[in-house]
Ligand binder design. Structure first.
Ligand SMILES: NC(=O)c1ccc[n+]([C@@H]2O[C@H](COP(=O)([O-])OP(=O)(O)OC[C@H]3O[C@@H](n4cnc5c(N)ncnc54)[C@H](OP(=O)(O)O)[C@@H]3O)[C@@H](O)[C@H]2O)c1
Length: 251
């Protein structure tokens, strides 16, 4: 029999870099057939090839793109909603509507669209699981972060509601909420400003994408009756959204 048909299918969104790419690798190593999606098709193809999975272009802000992606995944047991991120660093008084809209579209509506599209397959698998990557920013608001805070607080609300709505049905709902992880996240947040992005991690030993991927892999590999509702994971150098220990000698 084709080996593919024997492996359960895991969809990972935002798998072209950072946490998503690392998660695809970790899940593939754990025996999942990964189906990866993001906007950068070349990167998605590379991750799919590396993990022995499948890749499809995906823009979670575009309903037609989500529909096409979902149509290519008739069977699915695990959905990792990871696509997302932050844009900008502004006070509420100086909030940029476009940044806020994109953050809401990507993190919140993107997650909702993926869940809505794949829920029938997840349920039909008899042992479905939705794992969403939220953030410490969804627990603790901080100055200049309101747009991202609002989006990740909303993501957490969606996970909480979904868990209640699916009670009694064979689909688990988990959320993994990391603190600072060294990925392209800050580069994207600061519009490609490498110097500013590098400063975020100065003097700190942040989490790496693989650390969060291991959390996803562990949560997804618990027995079916175990639902890890929320998992907050921070670097030892971080004790809250803005409580960060920086070593002056390194910074
Ligand atoms: N790094 C951190 O400090 C941190 C902390 C807490 C939570 N998080 C969360 O972790 C998740 C992954 O972020 P990361 O740190 O790995 O950053 P990253 O390296 O920038 O990865 C973000 C991923 O999301 C994808 N993405 C963005 N917009 C998308 C869209 N419209 N449709 C489909 N995919 C889209 C990107 O791919 P394309 O650009 O190719 O589409 C990329 O693969 C995000 O939800 C982020 O909010 C990150």
């Amino acid at each position: 029999m084709d080996e593919r048909t024997t492996r359960p299918v895991a969809v990972v969104t935002g798998a072209s870099s950072g946490i998503g790419a690392a998660t695809a690798r970790a899940l593939a190593a754990d025996g999942w057939e990964v189906v990866v999606g993001a906007r950068r098709a070349d990167r998605i193809e590379a991750v799919a090839a590396e993990t022995g999975g499948r890749g499809h272009p995906l823009d979670v802000t575009d309903p037609a793109s989500v529909d096409a992606f979902v149509a290519a995944v008739p069977e699915c047991r695990l959905l990792v909603n990871n696509a997302g991120g932050a844009l900008g660093w502004a006070t509420v008084a100086e909030a940029d509507d476009d940044d806020w809209r994109t953050m809401y579209e990507t993190n919140v509506l993107g997650t909702v669209r993926m869940v809505r599209g794949l829920l029938p397959a997840l349920e039909a698998s008899g042992d479905g699981h939705v794992v969403t990557v939220g953030s410490i920013a969804g627990h603790e608001p901080y100055p200049f972060g309101a747009g991202y805070n609002a989006a990740k607080f909303a993501v957490r609300a969606v996970s909480g509601v979904l868990r209640q709505e699916l009670l009694g049905r064979p689909v688990r709902v988990s959320e993994i909420d990391p603190g600072m992880v060294e990925t392209e996240f800050s580069l994207v947040r600061f519009g490609g400003d490498t110097e500013r992005a590098a400063k975020v991690y100065e003097g700190v030993t942040p989490l790496q994408a693989e650390d969060v991927a291991e959390c996803v892999r562990w949560v997804a590999s618990r027995p079916s009756h175990v639902n890890v509702d929320q998992l907050i994971v921070l670097a030892r150098d971080q004790a809250g959204a803005r409580q960060i220990h920086r070593r002056p000698d390194n910074g």
